[in-house]
Write a protein that binds this ligand. Structure first.
Ligand code: UD1
Ligand code: CA
Length: 451
């Protein structure tokens, strides 16, 4: 048997997942900011699967968009797992090689386990089934092994007492010789307790053709499917732990790992310190020696080396911080470039802006980037001093080295090195305060007497 067989995968995902109580198909529910089905696809890609098709139910078009460029095949009615795999036949037309069958709602199966399955297939088994030994075998199908070879799979509903006592269970995942898969499926009948076309029947069919079937075992954790929101949270916890371990292995300090949430694609360089309660959404890249303080929320942001973020900062998509930038508490940055060493330390919104190097943005600064119809940009040069509580009504440009007075509303461009102030001139009324207080006191006394 050649070890260079091409590999295709059929991912079953036609189940709506009623226990999720959702309008979304089950496999579209997200783990670490990515639909379950895409986790599985990413793992399959890593073991060299080059062609994939996902079996979906009618009106599950959202899965089509998610898995592209891979294809989908619609299973009109849920007549069983064999029928589901059969639905993908057209998509694999002309494919020569091995076929992995996987369940789209089991995102935890590892590269190593898939590799073991492929290896066993390369050693000559026509059908390789992935088994596991759960603490509670429950209603899983049971794997009947004779003389080291897989003899058959019995569904719980159809099993006798002795078969139900078997601890080795069927995960449903298989690796099958593609040249015979669909011929075997065509022979599957539905004369069983469920009245379904069982994929598991192909084991006995292969044996009747004089072919070998094998088993490889995975861990129980890998087959934890997400059937309910509670399961989803458990799967999420496992994936988060895997991500935290990987990130710490890369030289990142997590002060309280369990409180930090990552996305599947979070990239963090070494010597970064992350304080407790930080959330990473999709698409965050952090360079080395950055500190991210507690209670910060980051999504689609790129952070340069030696930058400091938070506590309580919010970085939204396309926030780009250059080296040594400082973003402090209650600051939101969106679609903006923040220059080298620039400080935006307190209570500020910077959206659709370019801020140059070594600029200081005072507390309470707001870029007014939206007029209800259009978004406009604010361009602030380098070495600018932005006074506290400045509003920049975009589009507006501020030259290098300029200053704005506190409380100014900046509506037109500011020249380099200029000071822009736009606020009413201060007026002092001497002796006003005691007169005012005396008046108010007298009013209060008069009210009391009239009662
Ligand atoms: C199946 C196996 C059982 C195994 C168990 C592991 C069969 C006959 N039984 O049982 O041995 O222990 O998985 O979880 O294969 N699906 C479709 N179309 C269908 C039916 C199912 O796409 O017509 C998909 C589901 O969305 C799901 C997967 O196939 O992702 C498994 O279906 P499910 O109904 O959960 O299989 P079980 O009966 O639990
Ligand atoms: Ca099931």
């Amino acid at each position: 048997m050649s070890t260079k067989n091409k590999i295709a995968a059929i991912v079953l995902g036609a189940g709506q997942g009623t226990r999720m109580k959702s309008s979304k198909p089950k496999v579209m529910h997200e783990i670490a900011s990515r639909p379950m089905v895409s986790h599985l696809i990413a793992t399959l890609e890593k073991v060299g699967v080059e062609k994939m098709t996902v079996v979906i139910g009618p009106s599950m078009d959202c899965i089509k968009d998610e898995v592209a460029p891979y294809t989908t095949a619609v299973q009109e009615k849920q007549l069983g797992t064999a029928n589901a795999v059969m639905s993908a036949k057209g998509e694999l037309d002309g494919f020569v090689g091995d076929v992995i069958i996987a369940y789209g709602d089991s995102p935890l199966v590892t590269e190593e386990t898939f590799s073991k399955m492929i290896e066993k297939r390369n050693q000559g088994a026509s059908v390789v089934v992935l088994g596991f030994t759960p603490i509670d075998a429950g209603k899983y199908g049971r794997l009947v092994v004779k003389a080291g070879e897989l003899d058959k799979i019995v569904e719980f509903k159809d099993a006798n007492e002795a078969e139900r006592a078997i601890k080795l269970c069927n995960s449903g995942f298989m690796c099958v010789d593609g040249s015979i898969l669909f011929d075997m499926l065509a022979k599957v009948k539905n004369n069983n307790a469920a009245g379904e076309y069982y994929l598991t029947d192909i084991v006995e069919i292969a044996k009747s053709m004089g072919l070998k079937c094998g088993v490889v075992e995975g861990s129980e954790e890998e087959f934890m499917g997400a059937n309910s929101r509670s399961d989803l949270a458990k799967v999420e916890a496992i994936v988060q732990n895997r991500l935290r371990e990987k990130i710490m292995d890369n030289g990142v300090t997590l002060i309280n790992p369990e409180t930090v949430t990552f996305a599947y694609d979070t990239e963090i360089a070494n010597d970064v310190v992350i304080e407790p309660f930080v959330v990473f959404g999709k698409g965050v890249k952090v360079a080395s020696n950055v500190t991210i303080r507690a209670f910060s929320h980051l999504e689609g942001a790129t952070i340069g080396a030696h930058a400091e973020v938070g506590p309580y900062a919010r970085l939204r998509p396309q926030a780009v911080l250059s080296e040594g930038a400082k973003i402090g508490n209650f600051v939101e940055i969106k679609k903006s470039n923040i220059g080298v060493g620039t400080k935006v330390n307190h209570l500020t919104y910077i959206g659709d802006a370019d801020v140059g190097d070594k600029t200081n943005v005072g507390a309470g600064t707001i870029t007014c980037n939206y007029d209800g119809y259009n978004k406009s940009r604010t361009i602030i040069g380098k070495d600018v001093f932005v006074g506290s509580n400045t509003c920049f009504v975009a589009p507006v440009t501020v030259g290098d080295g300029a200053m704005t007075g506190a409380g100014s509303v900046i509506t037109s461009n500011v020249n380099s090195d200029a000071l822009a102030i736009s606020r009413a001139k201060q007026r002092d009324i001497d002796g006003f305060a005691p007169k005012f207080r005396a008046e108010k006191k007298a009013e209060k006394e008069a009210k009391k007497l009239s009662k």
